[in-house]
Design a protein around this ligand. Structure first.
Ligand SMILES: Cc1ncc(COP(=O)(O)O)c(C=O)c1O
Length: 459
């Protein structure tokens, strides 16, 4: 208890305990049966108002706010049971309250590993995580040999909390590289994809068309349609050596889960190499959700900078990282990391998460392709309503014929206790999106897709 005299706090804690106990003791089969229902066997919770938040943060009524979760299920303050198909909005790699991760966390706390610490004395797990990330990037290579190569992904910048800072760190490296290698260039060109999302930093928002007036003297932002090889070639032809970097996300989770194709990415690699621009892959969404762990490997390319975040720590205190080639190592101590902080416990949790992934590669591969196939079936069954399956593996969506259907589908899913996202607020966008946590089971996938089917039949 934090507020000794606050009766509401006491009441809330007791009731959260009761709700959590319900999730802990109820078998998956029964949770599935009760999805979308108000669980009356747990006590009602006094709801706390969001009146002090900024306006844009107040979207759902208080009764829909998160109370407690277990695996892929969670309960709201209004006691409604939800199946979360989004892994806590894309970052809880192993769902809520995973037993192995919780057990590891307890042991780490007992061992006195701190959440945050001096960056000058990073400690065992931070060092171990940096080594692990390099190993995943270079699985076949002798690690000592890799260390001395200028052109391998062998340098790690850790200690960045959010993905936005990781993205802006990659941007700073790209700018340094550009200034050093192309000192005569009058303008710098940054290329990205239409519909990109690389976080909330100024320059990264510049990539998606914001704040242009602040940068227009020196920077040109070019956006290419995803998978438009000719469009990409035209931009590279137009700006050639003035291009500093090309940023992309393998699955565009902020634009209808568009999956980039191999030809497009390989051409991007050729073009960036030709003009000595950096290829920067933002895997804040895709890292840790595929058997390869980093999705860039599926395209058979090596980027210059790899950006990691979100799922890396499975939702325990955010920790982001960039992995890049040694020749790009240009930032000084206070250029990008959190000023003095470092993150031993999040690094430990990231290692635990990676370890779980490595132990589950086969299941991840099997279940994610089973999910893809289940969604494909829906595409075939409802050709008048669904246009396509989007994305890849658990990061998949259904693109509908129009915005209205997508919004209706989303609303009906929420009403029946299935939490998912929708992109249908821009013209032409009409996709419902999911990103299942890796603890998902075949029964849960069947339940979700059967529920989608039932909803689609009612259109
Ligand atoms: C692809 C991508 N890049 C960057 C970010 C920013 O990460 P963060 O929210 O941790 O700052 C996000 C967040 O959703 C993202 O999806």
């Amino acid at each position: 208890m934090i507020f000794n005299d606050d009766k509401t706090e006491k009441e809330i804690i007791e009731k959260i305990d009761a709700a959590k106990e319900f999730l802990d003791r109820t078998p998956q089969k029964i949770l599935i049966k009760n999805t979308g229902k108000i669980i009356k066997s747990i006590p009602a919770i006094p709801q706390i108002s969001k009146k002090w938040f900024q306006k844009s943060y107040v979207i759902e009524p208080d009764k829909n706010d998160f109370l407690t979760g277990k695996g892929v299920f969670y309960l709201t303050e209004g006691r409604k049971l939800f199946l979360d198909t989004t892994a806590g909005h894309y970052q809880m790699t192993w769902g809520y309250d995973h037993p192995v991760l919780m057990n590891n966390l307890e042991k780490a706390l007992e061992a006195g590993i701190p959440w945050d610490c001096h960056s000058n004395i990073p400690g065992f797990y931070v060092k171990k995580l940096s080594e692990k990330l390099v190993q995943i990037c270079n699985p076949q290579a002798n690690i000592q040999y890799i260390r001395n190569k200028q052109d391998s992904l062998n340098t790690v910048l850790l200690g960045i909390a959010t993905g936005s800072v990781a993205c802006s760190t990659a941007m700073k490296i790209a700018i340094n590289y550009f200034k050093k290698n192309k000192p005569l260039a009058k303008k710098m060109v940054l290329v990205s994809l239409n519909g990109n999302y690389h976080g909330t930093d100024f320059l990264m928002q510049g990539l998606r068309g914001m704040w242009k007036e602040l940068f227009s003297k020196y920077i040109i932002f070019e956006m290419v349609e995803p998978n438009d090889i000719n469009g990409l070639r035209n931009v590279f032809k137009k700006h050639e050596k003035n291009i500093a970097a090309f940023f992309f996300e393998p699955v565009m989770m902020n634009r209808e889960a568009i999956l980039l194709n191999r030809d497009f990415i390989q051409e991007a690699r050729n073009l960036t190499e030709k003009v000595d621009a950096l290829m920067i892959v933002d895997e804040i969404q895709t890292c840790c959700w595929y058997p390869e762990i980093f999705m860039y490997k599926q395209f058979d390319i090596t980027p210059d900078i790899l950006i990691l975040g979100k799922g890396l720590t499975a939702g325990f205190h955010p920790l982001s990282a960039i992995v890049y080639k040694r020749k790009l190592d240009s930032l000084k101590q206070y250029d990008a990391i959190s000023t003095n902080g470092n993150a031993p416990l999040p690094a430990f949790m990231a290692l635990s998460c990676l370890n779980l992934i490595e132990r589950s590669l086969h299941t991840i591969g099997t279940l994610s392709s089973y999910y893809e196939k289940s969604l494909e079936k829906l595409v075939c069954e409802f050709p008048d309503i669904i246009v396509s399956r989007q994305g890849s593996g658990f990061l998949s969506g259904l693109k509908f014929k129009n915005q209205q259907i997508a919004l209706q589908f989303h609303k009906k899913c929420l009403a029946s206790g299935i939490w998912l996202r929708v992109h249908a607020y821009y013209q032409g966008h009409s996709t419902a999106l999911t990103k299942f946590a890796l603890c998902v089971t075949k029964d849960i996938i069947d339940f979700a897709t059967t529920s989608f089917r039932k909803i689609l039949k009612r259109f």
